[in-house]
Design a protein around this ligand. Structure first.
Ligand SMILES: *[C@@H]1O[C@H](CO)[C@@H](O)[C@H](O)[C@H]1NC(C)=O
Ligand SMILES: *[C@@H]1O[C@H](CO)[C@@H](O)[C@H](O)[C@H]1NC(C)=O
Ligand SMILES: *[C@@H]1O[C@H](CO)[C@@H](O)[C@H](O)[C@H]1NC(C)=O
Ligand SMILES: *[C@@H]1O[C@H](CO)[C@@H](O)[C@H](O)[C@H]1NC(C)=O
Ligand SMILES: *[C@@H]1O[C@H](CO)[C@@H](O)[C@H](O)[C@H]1NC(C)=O
Ligand SMILES: *[C@@H]1O[C@H](CO)[C@@H](O)[C@H](O)[C@H]1NC(C)=O
Ligand SMILES: *[C@@H]1O[C@H](CO)[C@@H](O)[C@H](O)[C@H]1NC(C)=O
Ligand SMILES: *[C@@H]1O[C@H](CO)[C@@H](O)[C@H](O)[C@H]1NC(C)=O
Ligand SMILES: *[C@@H]1O[C@H](CO)[C@@H](O)[C@H](O)[C@H]1NC(C)=O
Length: 778
């Protein structure tokens, strides 16, 4: 039987039997330790649920450890969400601990967890404290004060436990109240009461094998608060006495603890203090030696110093200063509008002293210190490197218990983590100092980025507003952090590389990320694969580059310096602003080309023809003797076989034909045996096959039709020239039979000749009228 049962048996009256079913506890979730003066039992909250409960168990029953019961019986239960566990400290002298000679203590208890349904775990722990008991020990727990004194010091020599028990039993059974307790407040003595009465008031007295134990919750009516050296102190002073015939035995039991709540100074220290002498009856506490500890364990002094814990004595008080973020403490983030943090430090302190009689007193204090809410700003840093064409923004100093939940990018919400298909990315960076950060990367051309083109700087301005949503764990309380970044990228419109081919020009453009700012046009037409197909351009486009091959004589060419040796062809690609359609730049490529024959019908109303006349003129004849319908229109240039004519459409006797949609200018090449001279205009003798040439323009594209001033077409005309052979029936069927004139020339052995054979695939375009619709005239 436990001592208290004999000593102060009333506790027995309270027990409640309950049947506990036994559950097996998994490894690692429960820790039990023997500390100097108490059992330490810690269970993970993740295992126990948020409201774990304990029951103390002994042979007499099962006792739920309620808040009140804990304070009376020597238990202290703390839920410590920051550490993630619940901690039960049970004094070795707690009510339901089995005590063998103050040397071996066994604590049986139940842990009632509620993780997936209620479960009861029956546990036990046996401890033998290695530290010998001091004559007087005082514990200032969080919820109670406990004093134990060696009974051979407290009680008169020869008063054995049995005598005490007997006395109590006597007191209990007989009406004569032998053991009485009298509380003293300041100098005021209160009415004595018997021990059962005292227990009803929450006081517990116990006599163990060798010690007399007294325990009281804080704030009892019989306690008094005082101030010692400027430090608030709570004192309970109990005098036990017994009148045994003519002898009166008296024992003074004083429990006194510093009630200083702790403070925080501007240098970042949590402070706590206690008087060196708490009460005159604890007068042994002069010249105290102080040990400091944390979480219920003392530290070696060098370790404490290294951690920055400071112990000083001033004016009869012991003052402790703990750096707010010192090792051993716990930190928690907290949101009120912005992010704050606070630190909690579970202080453990011991004062040891030796009085004149060499009796040492140990006083131990458990206190929880906390800082006020301290601002805990996160920050953003612009790490954008313009050349990378993406924003890089670092969000730093994010505490461990805070995580990024979402970002709003210019108002568009993206939850974190991003879907892995998005072009913006977020990367977590973990630092050894218990903070982490996030690097957000968003390409300048991402659709969420606001873009503005600045013509003055020839640069693109990009703007990104970032609103980070961070949440504090585990409660998921959100707060926001805002950052706005800008960047400018010097951008020039894209430029094509161009090379001359024998049969056209090849353009190449390597895509850049911001090329979406412009579009490519040929003249006024947006370059698309449809347009390319329509005009016979060969286009291939992939994510790397765009290749455009424009065959000679396709739409968009301009020609000049046309001679029999060759000519220059120019093709222009325009780069236009996407928003305004303004031309921002252009790539113009001019290449030399050669062709044995050609006909060109320019927009300004000029027909240029290089014709191979070797088959058309009589053998031995020379091209220099040719002329047009107006016989004074002679070739500009000739060689052995070819002649070059260049004439305004409506000159040299051209015939104009109008149809509903087209206008055609037509002329012919004639051969005369003699050279024409101005002097002899009437003399002409025509003996050759006729070579007909014509230019056809869509009427809709003509800005001014054949005026005397100027010819203007917005497209070139389609030209062709033909040699008509006398015996060729197909020639007779030609579109313009009116201009057919019979000739008996037998030199024409190639009856039908289409002299202009355009390169590659666009043959048909040369003989068909263009299909494209022509721009509206304004
Ligand atoms: C145990 O937890 C469940 C839900 O998790 C709750 O409904 C129940 O009330 C809890 N039991 C006790 C005794 O707290
Ligand atoms: C104490 O616990 C151990 C296992 O932890 C068990 O084997 C033993 O029976 C228990 N003792 C009592 C008295 O419950
Ligand atoms: C203790 O005192 C109370 C009230 O003074 C009394 O009712 C009770 O009987 C006493 N008990 C003992 C065991 O003396
Ligand atoms: C000690 O007490 C003196 C006088 O009461 C006072 O001036 C001094 O500031 C005190 N020192 C400390 C560290 O409290
Ligand atoms: C994206 O997600 C899909 C499916 O979840 C996965 O198969 C793929 O590997 C991921 N890609 C990247 C780049 O992470
Ligand atoms: C934590 O470490 C990172 C990386 O060294 C540093 O940038 C940051 O400022 C540190 N934060 C704090 C609060 O010390
Ligand atoms: C950031 O987002 C939150 C919630 O959407 C909003 O309340 C807050 O005003 C935003 N902050 C800024 C600067 O836009
Ligand atoms: C961010 O970085 C870019 C690139 O270095 C710079 O152009 C810009 O001015 C910086 N500041 C802000 C507020 O965006
Ligand atoms: C070529 O492809 C890119 C993407 O691969 C596209 O952005 C661009 O518009 C394309 N260009 C043309 C002219 O089709």
């Amino acid at each position: 039987m436990m001592a208290f049962g004999f000593c102060l048996g009333f506790a027995l009256l309270l027990f409640v039997w309950s049947t506990a079913k036994c559950d097996q506890i998994s490894n690692g979730v429960l820790h039990m330790e023997c500390r100097d003066r108490y059992f330490m039992i810690a269970a993970d909250l993740s295992f126990t649920g948020n409201e774990p409960r304990f029951e103390a168990v002994d042979e007499t029953g099962v006792y739920p450890i309620t808040e009140q019961y804990a304070a009376e019986c020597g238990y202290s239960v703390s839920v410590l969400p920051l550490q993630g566990h619940v901690e039960l400290r049970a004094s070795y002298f707690s009510c339901h601990t089995d005590n063998k000679d103050d040397a071996v203590f066994t604590f049986n208890f139940n842990l009632l967890a509620n993780h997936s349904g209620e479960a009861t775990y029956t546990m036990n722990k046996t401890c033998s404290p290695s530290l010998p008991w001091s004559p007087r020990e005082v514990t200032c727990e969080l919820n109670y004060m406990e004093v134990s004194v060696r009974s051979d010091v407290a009680c008169p020599t020869g008063t054995k436990k049995d005598d005490w028990d007997a006395a109590v039993n006597t007191a209990y059974t007989s009406a004569t109240s032998d053991w009485q307790v009298m509380f003293q407040r300041a100098e005021q003595k209160l009415m004595p009461m018997n021990l059962s009465e005292a227990h009803k008031h929450g006081y517990v007295f116990d006599l163990t094998d060798g010690r007399l134990v007294f325990r009281t919750p804080y704030g009892q009516p019989d306690s008094f608060s005082t101030e010692v050296n400027g430090v608030p102190v709570e004192v309970v002073h109990a005098t036990l006495f017994s009148r045994q015939s003519w002898v009166v035995l008296m024992v003074d039991l004083v429990a006194a603890c510093s009630m200083y709540e702790g403070s925080y100074d501007e240098n970042g220290y949590m402070m706590w203090k206690t008087p060196e002498v708490l009460h005159p009856l604890l007068s042994g506490l002069h010249n105290t030696q102080v040990n400091i500890g944390v979480n219920g364990e003392f530290l070696e002094q060098p370790v404490a110093e290294e951690r920055g814990y400071i112990v000083e004595k001033h004016n009869g008080t012991v003052q402790l200063s703990i750096p707010y973020n010192a090792d051993g403490g716990y930190r928690k983030s907290f949101v009120t509008d912005d992010l704050y943090e606070y630190y909690v430090f579970h202080l453990y302190l011991e004062q040891i002293s030796v009085d004149e009689d060499h009796v040492d007193t140990r006083l131990r204090v458990h206190r929880t210190l906390a800082t006020p809410l301290l601002p805990c700003p996160v920050f953003t840093e612009n790490r954008t490197v313009n050349e990378e064409h993406m924003f890089s923004v670092y969000l730093g100093d994010v505490p461990d218990d805070v995580e990024l939940a979402a970002v709003h990018l210019n108002g568009h919400k993206f939850t974190v983590p991003f879907t892995n298909t998005s072009r913006h990315t977020i990367t977590k960076v973990v630092h050894p100092n218990s903070t982490h950060g996030y690097t957000l990367k968003v390409p300048f051309d991402d659709p969420v980025v606001l873009q503005q083109f600045s013509k003055e700087d020839a640069a693109m301005q990009h703007k990104l507003d970032i609103n980070y949503t961070l949440t504090v764990l585990p409660e998921k309380e959100p707060f926001y952090h805002f950052a706005s970044v800008m960047a400018q990228s010097d951008v020039s419109p894209p430029e094509f590389d161009a090379i001359c081919l024998e049969s056209g020009i090849r353009f190449r453009l390597d895509h850049r990320p911001f090329d979406y700012l412009w579009y490519i046009s040929i003249g006024s037409d947006l370059l698309t694969s449809e347009l390319a197909a329509q005009h016979g351009y060969i286009m291939s486009n992939n994510s790397q580059s765009l290749l455009l091959e424009v065959p000679l004589f396709t739409h968009g060419y301009e020609y000049k310096d046309i001679t029999l040796k060759g000519f220059l062809g120019t093709f222009e690609i325009l780069i236009r602003d996407h928003a305004t359609s303004e031309v921002q730049s252009s790539t113009v490529k001019t290449c030399p080309f050669t062709a044995t024959e050609l006909i060109m019908c320019s927009t300004d109303g000029r027909m240029t023809v290089v014709a191979d006349l070797s088959l058309a003129i009589p053998s031995g004849g020379i091209p220099a003797r040719t002329n047009l319908m107006d016989k004074y229109c002679a070739p500009k240039e000739v060689d052995d076989t070819r002649a070059l004519f260049s004439l305004p459409l409506n000159s040299c006797g051209s015939i104009v034909k109008l149809s509903k949609e087209y206008v055609t200018y037509e002329n012919e090449i004639f051969y005369s045996k003699k050279l024409h001279t101005q002097k002899n205009p009437s003399h002409s003798s025509i003996e050759m096959d006729r070579v007909k040439m014509q230019c056809t323009y869509p009427l809709a594209g003509l800005l001014r039709l054949f005026s005397i001033y100027r010819f203007e077409s917005d497209t070139v005309g389609v030209g062709r020239h033909h040699t008509f052979c006398t015996l060729d029936s197909r020639a007779t069927d030609f579109h313009h039979p009116a201009h057919y004139s019979a000739s008996n020339s037998s030199t024409c052995n190639q009856p039908y000749l289409e002299t202009w054979v355009p390169p590659s695939s666009s043959v048909h375009q040369s003989i068909h009228l263009p299909e494209e619709s022509v721009k509206e005239r304004s």
